[in-house]
Design a binder for this molecule. Structure first.
Ligand code: C2E
Ligand code: MG
Ligand code: MG
Length: 618
């Protein structure tokens, strides 16, 4: 094999399929080339007589070949005299690596070229290699003040080449700058453990941190707290203002959390959920105080683009070891506490207490019983009159009641969320619709009946068909049926909900917006669909006298609705003063204890035109 074919073969071996160069092999190749160069010269002298020209040609070709390779290989290669430390070879990548042309290096010692600290390091390495005769390989070491003035990460290999008598002759070095590769790898690993939107650690990073913390805490018998956080109205912002604004709100909230969290480990574990791992040994009071500060910080308006947004935050807290000694229990209990915080009106902090465990079990039990409620006729409807502000009754709202065999009446606020959770609301909602329509169809006076619809009925089931079917079945004129929806219906798949509402309206059914003013976007929703009625939430009515803002809000809603020509009904009217205020502000209708409480239809028969005798003997 000719000399340069041999080298080409060695070089190929030093390069893997992906084009990565194996520095150890490459180093061996370069030093072998040096040694071979010497041997070749020796051989040439020996065989000078016969084939001198041939050998010279071969040698020349080999040299040129080697020079070309070494010059062009994208890895810094240098050689220096082992004794004097003067550089005698530097390739192009070497010039680039050192940041200087080879003329400035060749023939000089490190001392003449580099700053003192680099010179010291280079000399030490050289001495070590010369003294031991062993190659030195340093993988991914940091050149702190890199020779080019920047920190670089390099793989380097330095080895000694000896002369025929075993004395040190050359030091050959290959250096690969792997800074970019290492940075990319670090970036990938960073991304795997961080949330791209907020730059906070993600769920897997949190789980790892919690596992590590638990291990340490078990060994050292320390205590710590885990906080489970949930932004209160993020989904609404997303739906109303769009995802770009939602994203910005999320980032702003994350920044605020991280800034206020006093160095605790803050992670975003999904959607609008965060977790915080508190440092060891922080007292219960201090943990709660910090959590309350976070709630307050997020509760303040966040300015995002040109919007002033209100997000709100709920927090559940669980403590190690009191509330759990493993990750699963701690997290579940922090979540129960969060659930309680949300249920108690959001924007608050709740610590886990063992009754929550009980409460959760109780909920499951109730949910289990609910399955039988329909079959065993435990559900019934109460009706509450709706009237014009002058007092004339114009219809009724049907309100579900559950007469539980052992617990007595369970409030709809308690069981409807359970029925929504397991989908039972589809069946229950259909039952309520059918019952309400059947009842209304039996009234001699053609008063209207209002039925509440759950957002879940919009997402699943075939609401349009079932309403159509019920109207046919009961013979109720569609114009007498009003369905009440809340903003929850429009949150999520807005277009789908809007299409369904349009189709219901096409059936001739009227559509009312319930609990108006409690959501985010109330006003913007009014423009998106021609509602037949707006129901101002009772929280504004009951505060009419107490807080001037409520009166302002009611006035604003009325003027906006009037501009859109949508009639308004005020919920929860309990006093004559409230009625008088509404009459002055030209509110059309009212509903509340002042007119009548929700009750069995029997109580209101006269209002619907059924005389008691007729009902009894019909
Ligand atoms: P909602 O639709 O806003 O119903 C009005 C609630 O206000 C009723 O509570 C009613 O009893 C109460 N209320 C009426 N007048 C007054 C008043 O003057 N003062 C006070 N303090 N309260 C008054 P209820 O019956 O407990 O229903 C609560 C919620 O449960 C309803 O709120 C509705 O969202 C839901 N719901 C009731 N029935 C159904 C149903 O058939 N299907 C669905 N999906 N939800 C229902
Ligand atoms: Mg309602
Ligand atoms: Mg309401």
């Amino acid at each position: 094999m000719s000399m340069h074919r041999l080298f080409a073969e060695q070089l190929r071996c030093a390069t893997d399929a992906a084009g990565q160069v194996d520095l150890v092999k490459l180093g061996e190749f370069v030093s072998a080339a040096y040694e071979a160069g010497d041997r070749e010269r020796q051989r040439m002298i020996e065989i000078r007589a016969q084939t001198r020209d041939e050998v010279e040609q071969d040698l020349l070709r080999t040299r040129e070949f080697l020079d070309t390779i070494i010059e062009n290989i994208p890895i810094a290669v240098f050689a220096k005299c082992a004794e004097s430390s003067r550089y005698i070879l530097l390739n192009r990548a070497g010039e680039d690596y050192y940041g200087m042309p080879r003329e400035q290096m060749l023939g000089r010692t490190p001392e003449q070229i580099f700053p003192a600290d680099v010179d010291r390091m280079v000399n030490e390495q050289d001495k070590r290699v010369v003294a031991s005769g062993m190659p030195m390989f340093l993988e991914e070491h940091l050149l702190e003040v890199g020779v080019k003035g920047r920190d670089r990460v390099v793989n380097s290999r330095k080895m000694l080449i000896t002369d025929g008598n075993g004395g040190p002759q050359y030091l050959v070095g290959v250096i690969e700058d792997v800074t970019e590769r290492v940075t990319t790898r670090q970036r990938i690993s960073y991304l795997a453990h961080h949330d791209a939107l907020t730059d906070l650690p993600n769920r897997s990073a949190f789980n790892a941190a919690l596992a590590e913390r638990l291990e340490r805490a078990q060994e050292a018998s320390t205590s710590f707290a885990v906080l489970s956080l949930d932004l209160d109205r993020f989904k609404e912002v997303n739906d109303v203002f769009g995802h770009p604004v939602g994203d910005m709100l999320m980032r702003a909230a994350a920044d605020r959390l991280a800034a206020e969290a006093d160095g605790a480990f803050v992670a975003r574990i999904g959607g609008d959920e965060f977790m915080i791992l508190m440092p060891d040994h922080i007292s219960r009071e201090d943990v709660v105080a910090l959590a309350e500060r976070l709630v307050e910080a997020i509760g303040q308006e966040l300015e995002v683009q040109d919007y002033l947004l209100h997000a709100g935050l709920s927090i559940g807290v669980a403590f190690y070891p009191d509330d759990g000694v493993n990750a699963a229990t701690l997290l579940a209990n922090a979540d129960s506490a969060l659930y309680r915080a949300k249920r108690e009106g959001r924007g608050r902090v709740r610590c886990f207490v063992s009754e929550m465990d009980q409460e959760l079990r109780d909920r499951r039990l109730l949910q289990h019983d609910l399955r039988q409620a329909l079959e065993q006729n435990q559900l019934l409807l109460h009706f509450q009159p709706q009237a014009r502000v002058d007092g004339e009754v114009i219809g009724f709202e049907a309100l579900l009641r559950w007469n539980h065999p052992t617990r007595g009446f369970v409030r709809p606020d308690q069981f409807i969320p359970l029925a929504e959770e397991n989908g039972l609301i589809i069946e229950i909602g259909e039952w309520a619709l059918r019952e309400a329509c059947r009842e209304a169809a039996s009234w001699p006076r053609p008063l209207q009946v209002a039925v509440n619809l759950s957002p879940v009925q919009f997402q699943a089931g075939d609401l349009e068909r079932s309403i159509h079917q019920i109207l046919l079945e009961t013979g109720l004129s569609p114009a007498r049926l009003e369905v009440e929806i809340t903003e929850g219906v429009l949150i999520g798949d807005f277009t789908r909900a809007l299409n369904l509402l349009r189709r219901l309206k096409a059936l001739g059914v009227r559509i009312a917006m319930d609990d108006f003013g409690t959501g985010y976007s109330s006003l913007s929703y009014l423009q998106s669909f021609p509602f037949d009625k707006i129901k101002i939430d009772r929280s504004f009515i009951c505060n009419l006298e107490a807080t001037p803002q409520s009166a302002e809000i009611v006035r604003a809603v009325l003027s906006h609705a009037h501009a859109l020509k949508i009639p308004v009904i005020a919920e929860g009217v309990e006093t004559e003063a409230q009625r008088a205020f509404l009459a002055r502000e030209a509110c059309e209708e009212m509903q509340g204890y002042l007119v009548g409480r929700p009750d069995l239809m029997e109580r209101y028969l006269d209002l619907v035109g059924v005389t008691v005798e007729r009902r009894l003997y019909a």
